[in-house]
Design a protein around this ligand. Structure first.
Ligand code: NAP
Length: 256
């Protein structure tokens, strides 16, 4: 995140008094969102699979409120219930839930093992059910809340060797619209972000030749940064009061 972006956000403190959970905040897009939300004055809770993580201390430097880390395997229903319960016990409310954590287990469909299918379903999709049910209950009582689901352009357009991943990312979009319709009158807004290629460990794994081939098809000519996603997430978390049920592509014009 550039200093100028952080300074601008720090001045406005738009998340002051807000409690935000960001799943998968230990690196990549989730970490970028957590950094911006903390700079905006929010009480930020990040999650990852390990029991502990040094990332919370790193993100807390200079923030108004210390960033909290909670270990939680999102494929585990009980762990997800405990995560939401402990945030509510400690902070009393949840204003923003960013369902960001996600994995890929790519393989051609005919070679795809059941474990590759189910692990991606568990982490990317079933976690929405586990986390959102108690969160929507709390947000309904508050009569406010913003849920942001990190989908992907792959969920809109598909991709070879990613049938499992594409299914989960498309499922997140259906879930976003259904919950937006069901709970709009309780003041809960639900939106999805569909990133294209963003520079993170997930995309760093792609060979350079493949990355260059992808870039040829991107009108803006390059992969995006975590800041590009974090700025939209901050807008959906703090403003955008008449926006719900939307899927917003952040992909440099890759698909239009
Ligand atoms: N990067 C892109 O170009 C791109 C494009 C479109 C969509 N997306 C989506 O954006 C989201 C973030 O992507 P990213 O590139 O930032 O990914 P990343 O760098 O691989 O980070 C994934 C995060 O998810 C956490 N995580 C993974 N499995 C988990 C589990 N079972 N339980 C709890 N946490 C888990 C990881 O935490 P630990 O490893 O610490 O457990 C990590 O913090 C994903 O949903 C991805 O599908 C990314």
């Amino acid at each position: 995140m550039t200093e100028a972006v952080l300074e601008k956000v720090e001045m406005n403190k738009v998340l002051k008094d807000k409690v935000a959970i960001i799943t998968g905040g230990t690196r990549g897009i989730g970490k970028g969102i957590a950094q911006l939300f903390a700079a905006a004055g929010g009480q930020v809770v990040i999650t990852g699979r390990s029991p502990e993580s040094p990332v919370a201390a790193e993100l807390s430097e200079g923030a108004d409120k210390p960033v909290k880390y909670l270990g939680c395997d999102l494929g585990d229903k009980e762990a997800c219930a405990n995560l939401i319960k402990s945030v509510l016990e400690e902070f009393g409310r949840i204003d923003v839930l960013v369902n960001n954590a996600g994995i890929t287990q790519d393989n051609l469909f005919l070679r795809m093992k059941e474990e590759e299918w189910t692990s991606v379903m568990d982490t990317n999709l079933n976690s929405l059910y586990y986390l959102c049910q108690p969160t929507v209950k709390a947000m309904s009582k508050q009569k406010s809340g913003s849920i942001i689901n990190m989908s992907s352009v792959i969920g809109l357009h598909g991709n070879p060797a990613q049938a499992n991943y594409a299914t989960t990312k498309a499922g997140m979009i259906g879930f976003t619209k259904a919950i937006a319709k069901e709970y709009g009158r309780r003041g809960i807004r639900v939106n999805a972000i569909a990133p294209g290629f963003i520079r993170t460990e997930m995309t760093d794994e792609l060979p350079e030749e493949t990355q260059n081939k992808y870039k040829e098809n991107i009108p803006l000519g390059d992969f995006g940064s975590t800041k590009d996603i974090a700025e939209l997430a901050l807008f959906l978390a703090s403003s955008g009061n008449y926006i719900t049920g939307q899927v917003i592509q952040v992909d440099g014009g890759l698909f239009m």
